[in-house]
Design a protein around this ligand. Structure first.
Ligand SMILES: [Zn+2]
Length: 197
């Protein structure tokens, strides 16, 4: 094969490979920090309940969570507390969002979550925004990340965006806080999720 042709062929193969690689992570899907990446363990403690996602339900952490907090460290503590103190198999939520809008994987989405309140979280994909939104306003990065996770879940599990609700819509609680709830109540999350999927 002539040298020039060989070079062109190599160039073509390289371009094709690079092209494929850049298509692998779908641009529309948010980056999610896995349990392994934040240093957690996937070994569930005690009984678990398999479920199928029918609802998307929003929570807040309910305690102060300042920007600059080491989220991975917090999640490792939360996982240990959930298992050792609460006797739950894992963190009660499936996805967690920090003040920088980073999204972390929590409990295996195929397993039902847990709650301190009187509603059955079976069938609910549980998203928690870390912080106390009875006290502070959510920032734009947190809102954008919440929309991104909701859209991912709505698309994957065929959940109608207008049915996305929050903890207080199911149980007696102020969760997800006075300053985060209006995004549910006004339909803003539903509108932004619908526009994304
Ligand atoms: Zn809640």
């Amino acid at each position: 094969m002539p040298r020039a042709l060989n070079f062109l062929l190599a160039l073509f193969v390289t371009a094709t490979l690079v092209g494929c690689a850049s298509q692998a992570p779908r641009a529309s899907e948010p980056l999610i920090i896995s349990v392994e990446e934040w240093g957690g363990s996937r070994i569930n403690v005690g009984p678990t309940r398999k479920h199928e996602i029918k609802h998307i339900t929003l929570h807040h952490g309910g305690v102060d969570f300042l920007k600059g907090t080491d989220t991975a460290h917090h999640l490792r503590n939360l996982q240990a507390w959930s298992r050792n103190t609460r006797g739950w198999p894992d963190i009660p939520y499936h996805y967690l969002i920090d003040p920088d809008g980073n999204i972390y994987e929590g409990r295996d989405i195929t397993l039902a979550g847990d709650t301190n309140t009187e509603y059955d979280p079976t069938g609910h994909a549980l998203i928690v925004v870390l912080g106390n939104f009875d006290k502070v306003e959510p920032n734009a990065a947190q809102i954008d990340a919440t929309v991104a996770v909701m859209a991912l879940l709505a698309k994957r599990y065929n959940v109608v965006p207008t049915t996305i609700q929050s903890h207080r819509d199911y149980a007696k609680t102020s969760c997800p806080g006075a300053n985060l709830y209006p995004y549910i109540a006004s339909g803003e999350f539903a509108r932004r999720v619908a526009a994304k999927i």
